[in-house]
Design a binder for this molecule. Sequence first.
Ligand code: NAD
Ligand code: IPM
Ligand code: MN
Length: 357
Amino acid sequence: AQHLDIAVIPGDGIGPEVITEARKVLDVAAEASGATVDYTEYPLGVQHWLATGETLSEETLQQLRGHDAILFGAVGADPQDTRVPSGLIERELLLKLRFSLDHCVNLRPARTYPAVQTPLLADAPIDFVVVREGTEGPYVGNGGSIRKGTSQEIATEVSLNTAYGVQRVVEDAFVRAQGRSKKLTLVHKHNVLVHAGDLWRRAVEQAAPSYPDVTWDYMHVDAATIHMVTHPGRFDVIVTDNLFGDILTDLAGAVTGGIGLAASGSINATGDAPSMFEPVHGSAPDIAGQGIADPTAAILSAALMLDHLGLSTAAEQIEQAVHVQLSQWAAEGSATLSTAQRGDAYVQQLRRVVAGS
Ligand code: NAD
Ligand code: IPM
Ligand code: MN
């Protein structure tokens, strides 16, 4: 029987709330596939930093490297909390993990469920995946400010794009397109961001002949936001840089039925470090502690993790259970359900899926 050694970083705000539910579902799915799961919890985040001054120590990072995968909730302080500098935990914990563990592919599927309402007028099905570069771009922290606080202040954020980093994520996107509807869209802004944009375009042009069955096109990122709202069905695989991918996938979450459904995987493509699976959403301080967060994104992220670890049947069963349960809620109404009630309903539905298979 397969054994899964999972590191869990519940994090802050609604992170722990949704991860509790994801674990319930994961336990049942793994067991049904004859796999056993061991969880090691790492209580990192705002509280840990306040108590110890530590965001992610070298020792903890080493321990995390030893696990098969990481299940991550969300981190980040309430912006009202003046004790925590803006983005400190996000950069020194979340981004540090993505960078240190070489999560070059930030995989963010976006799909609608037939019964789930979207804000779009034409409710045509949406099913695309954003392959967001995960270790470069403006996220590298390459910038600075001089003459800070003066009227001559100059602040820079330099976007770093390497041929190595861009080519590997473009290859990954082509391969994913081959396994889907064979359509790749490069999203960038090469009319303005000339140097990086040109590197991305050449990477796609040079890779394309190796994937003759995949057609590709290009769209500026501003136009991509229009098309994502007016005819999102045109997209199959989108490949884009770290920042554009961040912004587009919140939009993708919104147009497919809500950010509470959007899952992601931060993938190490070589397998020399664990990949990490996390909802696209953040710690949602506006609803934290109320027990009302939607755990679906965390649960679907756990499914992505199972698929990544070779338990594709277990992953499909979770997706199936989510699908059926969302339809049921669409018919019955689910507005008043708590996070735990949603998680329990998914568990029950999953048991039915497993029993029926
Ligand atoms: P957010 O994603 O936390 O929240 C945006 C909106 O979506 C809020 O109204 C929130 O209530 C709602 N929302 C998010 N998840 C939901 C869920 N599961 N169910 C129901 N509603 C949900 O984004 P934000 O408010 O910009 O950021 C809050 C904090 O989280 C910040 O500190 C930010 O840096 C951090 N953040 C962390 C991650 C991460 O850990 N991966 C991702 C995004 C933001
Ligand atoms: C995400 C988040 C992170 C990002 C932040 C919290 C650093 O918004 O996972 O989408 O920008 O990647
Ligand atoms: Mn984001």
